[in-house]
Design a protein around this ligand. Structure first.
Ligand code: DC
Length: 222
């Protein structure tokens, strides 16, 4: 169960909204622990693919999720395969499976309640932090940006990495992922009722960070 003695900041939003960069910067600035929960789902999706399975298969997805233990989960940031588009697509598919979400719940709630290294708070980014993982979080930010802006940002990132994509193909994939993440029966992505919506369509990364910090400072007194 969540322990409210830790300051928890929930940063939710769809793919390529910039929520990960924002959440990490907030955590660094506040000296809080940071958890990218998308990596957990990516690890399950890639786990299914490595076992030769289909991430849309609920049985294979549940098995891969149940095979992950906390020792593996804390080291996910080291695995480069997880950050790929294939990893994101597989993660979105396994994320629709209730047994997968259930298997990952305790690790996330423990992280929020007892941040590692004695930190006094935690920033978690994902899709359901404010609604399911930490419904009592002191701060909830739901990051939005228009599909065109998100596709353009993601396209530029992928081009730097040398991936051979067009902006139109990136937009089409984002829209498919948005549809799956917002329309799934289990925990569809949406803002918590008490979340502050932060639309970063017309902001650069520094402006988005300043806006998010303003929201946090309004809610947490150090
Ligand atoms: O945040 P991300 O792009 O790394 O997430 C990849 C996919 O994982 C996303 O499309 C849906 C799923 N996911 C989820 O269902 N719940 C979360 N808390 C985080 C990610």
């Amino acid at each position: 169960m969540e322990n409210t003695s830790s300051h928890v900041i929930a940063v939710d939003g769809l793919a390529a909204t910039g929520k990960g960069t924002l959440a990490r910067r907030l955590a660094d600035h506040l000296d809080f622990a940071y958890l990218d929960t998308g990596l957990l789902y990516r690890a399950v999706g890639i786990g299914v693919l490595r076992a030769g399975g289909d991430p849309s298969d609920p049985v294979a997805a549940a098995k891969a999720a149940q095979a992950l233990n906390p020792d593996v989960l804390v080291n996910l940031a080291q695995d480069p395969d997880l950050r790929t588009e294939v990893g994101g697509d597989a993660a979105s598919k396994v994320g629709a499976v209730p047994e997968v979400r259930q298997a990952l719940l305790k690790f996330q709630q423990d992280f929020a309640a007892h941040p590692p290294l004695g930190k006094k708070g935690a920033v978690l980014d994902g899709r359901d932090i404010g609604t399911v993982i930490a419904p009592h979080a002191k701060v909830k930010i739901y990051v939005e940006a228009s599909p065109q802006v998100r596709a353009n940002r993601r396209f530029l990132e992928l081009r730097v990495r040398g991936e051979n994509v067009t902006e139109a193909s990136v937009l089409a994939e984002l829209q498919a992922r948005d549809a799956r993440d917002t329309q799934r029966a289990t925990v569809p992505t949406k803002p918590a009722d008490d979340a502050v919506i932060l639309d970063t369509s017309d902001m650069n990364a520094d402006e988005a960070f300043e806006a998010a910090l303003g929201i946090v400072e309004g809610k947490i007194k150090h």
